[in-house]
Design a protein around this ligand. Structure first.
Ligand SMILES: *Cc1c(COP(=O)(O)O)cnc(C)c1O
Length: 387
């Protein structure tokens, strides 16, 4: 840390993305990327658009928003785009969470939520103090006070790591509720009715549903955004649409909520989505069949890999996402992660209470999963767990 780093941020512990080591060639099953390339038309659109790199991108992203409106059956004014969905999550936390409406999310969920919560740093109070300079002009200072308290509430998931909607009944007490559906890193999903139950029973709260993995088997609540003014759905092109490197995320909600997000977006970075990514987004929506087929293949391989892992003695949480969350009674989560890494296979291990014995394994192509399974077999055999 330099001696200049603001004390507002000096205690921040940033999010640690899945590792991308360069020391050798790894089988990468640790960041939930798609094993499939983008559709050919997406690549062509990016190349074409790069010819106009000298021009700013459209800060209102009209073309892509209108195209999205068709796919998601909402109005263009209900959509805002972002540089990956992590960015729009940040906008949403800035826009809606406050002392009056504190953040609430499950204790086992996407690690980025608590990081943004700390960054946003509420509760915070802004004080205005006015003085006069030597020439008699008014000088206004705005000072920000950030009490050093955890600005969010984590609701424990059940013993089976599932979310109980009954734990999210806050009635008249306003909150900013964040739920990943399907949840990460468990892969467990809530039904549309369960989410609606939370939305209906918290009319004073904004309910943010992160649907990063919705295309792998979950039920989207996007249609409910036309009915409820307190529901915000977050989505991404990173996972099911093979565009993690393009950074394209979005939020869909009532036009009012979207207006608030645009106020933040236009204050932070109005050109937040670049030209090539906007063009890639339109082309990706036009290639729906290609991505649908890929998702079906991921779901098929997920079922197959799950069976194989169960046969190897793993406990496998039923997943509606493009990953499996697994533990084995005879090898610690951390040890399996290290052994796999030594053998050139990367999976994701979280050193966190309640889930330290698990590993999250991204679903790749069938041959990649076969390589993973062979490596696990070898490790378990060496350890004497398997004969
Ligand atoms: C991957 C992921 C995201 C964000 O992805 P972006 O690449 O920033 O769009 C958001 N939420 C969850 C739960 C994720 O797993």
């Amino acid at each position: 840390m330099s001696r200049f780093f603001s004390n507002l941020y000096s205690s921040l512990i940033p999010y640690v993305p899945g590792e991308q080591p360069l020391d050798r060639k790894y089988l990468k099953l640790n960041t939930n990327e798609s094993p499939f390339p983008p559709a050919p038309d997406v690549i062509a659109a990016v190349v074409q658009e790069s010819l106009r790199l000298n021009l700013y991108s459209d800060p209102t992203a009209r073309v892509l928003r209108w195209r999205m409106a068709k796919t998601y059956e909402v109005m263009p004014s209900q959509i805002v785009l972002s540089n990956g969905s992590d960015e729009v999550l940040n906008f949403a936390f800035m826009a809606f969470a406050s002392e009056r409406r504190p953040l609430v999310f499950p204790d086992v969920t996407y690690g980025f939520y608590s990081v943004i919560a700390e960054l946003t740093g509420f509760p915070k109070r802004v004080y205005n103090t006015s003085t006069y300079n030597s020439r008699g002009f008014g000088v206004t200072s705005r000072s920000i006070n950030r009490p050093n308290v955890l600005p969010y509430m984590e609701i424990p998931v059940k013993n089976d790591l599932s979310i109980d909607p009954n734990d999210y009944l806050f009635g008249g007490r306003p909150k900013t509720i964040v739920i990943a559906n399907p949840n990460a890193p468990t892969g467990l999903a809530l039904s549309r009715d369960a989410i609606e139950f939370i939305v209906v029973n918290n009319p004073q709260s904004v309910v943010i549903v992160d649907e990063a993995y919705i295309d792998f088997g979950g039920e989207s609540v996007v249609p409910l955004t036309r009915k409820y003014s307190n529901l915000l759905v977050i989505g991404t092109f990173s996972k099911s649409r093979s565009m993690a490197g393009a950074r394209l995320g979005f939020a869909i909600g009532s036009s009012r909520l979207i207006q608030d997000l645009n106020t933040i977006r236009n204050s932070v970075n109005p050109y937040n989505v670049n030209r090539m990514t906007l063009a890639a987004g339109v082309a990706a929506l036009n290639a729906e069949e290609y991505y649908k087929k890929n998702c079906e293949e991921i779901i098929r391989v997920r079922g197959w890999a799950r069976e194989k892992l169960l046969n190897l003695g793993f406990e496998v949480i039923p997943s509606q996402a493009n990953f499996l969350f697994v533990q084995h009674p005879e090898i610690a989560g951390r040890e399996l992660y290290i052994r796999l890494r030594e053998e050139g296979v990367l999976v994701r291990h979280f050193d966190k209470p309640r889930i330290e014995n698990y590993n999250r394994i991204t679903i790749g192509k069938e041959e990649q999963m076969a390589q993973l399974l062979n490596t696990i077999f070898k490790i378990l055999k060496r350890k004497g767990v398997l004969k």
